[in-house]
Design a protein around this ligand. Structure first.
Ligand code: FMN
Length: 471
């Protein structure tokens, strides 16, 4: 990589916890600010339905290279003055294997908007994070982010072997494709043709691609072939916020019900160095001492999530952030690795907070339903039809679609919960308002340190200053 490498990568945190405001703040400090592309189509649609009071979304929309698409989106979602609080949000079309044009359009545009806003008015670096597990939205989302000139694409939660090729195809305005796993059938392909959406001659810059991995074998595998080789790696330890890689080998649990990780789950840094690609360390690297330690180990820097998620610039609603700050100040914040909560079946770290579905009362109060559907997996039904299922949908529906009973227990609706975290909860016809569910990493010490000097909360810029204070 020729250009300077950032020492700090602010972790991509879905849904819109790492929003454009957080990413822009970090980018303006000369580091890599990262937005989350996860579910950003519904995020943008809800911001428009809330009236886009700041005008930010509409300003970014005005910069999109195909205004015919923008006008359709505004006509469908924008509500001047905002919707009534008791009115449910209109949903964007669910993405499927056979991709409908309007579903692709809003994905492209929403990813464009988030990156465009993060990059507006400066020339700092901005990245976007995607989850490999959410395969059906990838092609359209990557196109949208690249149209806004994204500098880095970062992907975790799986083996992102197809991304380097997709990025190359889209940068040349060629048809890009992404394979999608289908339970009980051969993999399908989702494709995107940039020229269906933007004029020929549109300039698209090729961003760098970083793969998030937990162990060196995966790094070696991806680096071996030019088709799959990323421009660098983020090596994420299992203490990190969000989803974690499952433990390798037989799963064992401690008395708290949390998975036990062993030496096989730790990447061998010496082997990673031999790949001759830059790497950043993540998971409990959110302090000046740990930044220094990472650099001493030969890393280009660190990726930090939790410290930025708690900062005042993140997308958490004021209510959610206050709950977190109160618990941090009283030293009562509990974070647990939950192996059941995520429909993806990956372990995920969850903070226990009152009124959230992380508590047994909050979980019991929520009527099960699946309407956002990002974590649905395509499967072939007994009659040979393609169906979509998620273990967090109502039990009878999941089982009718061939899902296993043992996959249901303890599953939570991350899609709706994560939307609620950022102040965009769905309101149901019966008055139920979707409750939040917060993921955070195990390492909350940095946030506690900064809260001592900034009792009302600290900014992401202050977090960057602190992280770099020893280098
Ligand atoms: C609230 C939150 C949400 C996250 N969401 C994602 C995500 O959507 N995709 C992803 O690759 N990583 C996600 N992460 C992981 C971060 O990008 C980062 O790698 C991690 O937080 C680093 O470890 P730390 O939390 O100890 O700093 C998330 C982390 C947090 C705290």
């Amino acid at each position: 990589m020729s250009e300077h490498l950032p020492v700090i990568i602010q972790g991509g945190m879905g849904i819109a916890v790492s929003n454009w405001e957080l990413a822009k703040t970090v980018s303006l400090k000369g580091q890599l600010g990262v937005v989350s592309g996860t579910a950003i189509d519904n995020v943008m649609a809800r911001r428009l339905q809330d009236g886009d009071k700041s005008g930010n979304t509409r300003r970014a929309l005005a910069a999109f290279p195909n205004q015919e698409i923008v006008q359709k989106i505004l006509a469908k979602y924008f509500i001047d003055g905002g919707k009534a609080p008791e009115t449910p949000y209109v949903m964007v079309p669910k993405i499927t294997l056979d991709q409908k044009r309007d579903a692709q359009e809003i994905l492209i545009v929403a990813n464009f908007v988030e990156v465009w806003l993060a990059k507006e008015g400066h020339d700092g670096l901005v990245g976007i994070n995607f989850l490999h597990k959410i395969q059906m939205t990838t092609a359209a989302s990557v196109l949208g982010a690249m149209l806004a000139g994204v500098d880095y694409i970062i992907m975790g939660a799986g083996i992102p072997r197809e991304l380097p090729k997709l990025i190359r195809q889209i940068s040349k305005l060629e048809v890009g494709s992404v394979p999608v796993d289908v339970i009980g059938g051969p993999a399908a392909q989702t494709t995107i043709n940039p020229l269906d959406f933007v004029p020929a001659g549109t300039k698209i810059k090729k961003p760098k691609f970083l793969a998030i991995i937990s162990v060196d074998v995966l790094g070696t595998y991806l680096a071996r072939d030019e088709e799959t080789r990323p421009d660098g790696f983020i090596i994420e330890h299992n203490s990190a916020g969000g989803h974690n890689a499952p433990p390798r080998g037989k799963w064992e649990f401690d008395t708290n019900g949390e998975p036990i990780y062993g030496p096989k789950d730790i990447a061998d840094i010496e082997k990673m160095k031999k790949l001759d690609l830059p790497f950043w360390l993540a998971g409990t690297y959110g302090s000046p001492e740990r930044v220094k330690a990472a650099l001493n180990q030969g890393a280009a820097g660190v990726q930090v999530g939790t410290l930025f998620a708690i900062s005042n610039h993140s997308g958490f609603s004021g209510k959610t952030r206050k709950q977190l700050l109160d618990k941090l100040k009283s030293d009562t914040l509990e974070i647990k690795t939950d192996v059941k909560a995520s429909p993806t079946s990956f372990p995920i770290k969850i903070a226990k907070l009152e009124g959230h579905t992380s508590t047994s009362e909050g979980f019991a109060a929520r009527p099960k339903l699946c309407d956002l559907g990002y974590l649905r997996e395509p499967a072939i039904s007994e009659t040979g039809r393609t169906i979509y299922r998620c273990p967090s949908e109502p039990d009878d529906q999941f089982i009718k679609k061939g899902g296993a009973v043992e996959d249901i227990d303890g599953r939570k609706c991350l899609c709706n919960g994560l939307m609620a975290n950022i102040g965009l909860p769905q309101v149901r016809k019966d008055g139920y308002v979707e409750a939040p569910i917060v993921t955070l990493g195990s390492d909350i010490e940095g946030a506690k340190v900064l809260l001592k000097s900034h009792p009302d909360g600290y900014g992401a810029d202050e977090a960057v200053n602190w992280l770099l204070s020893l280098v």
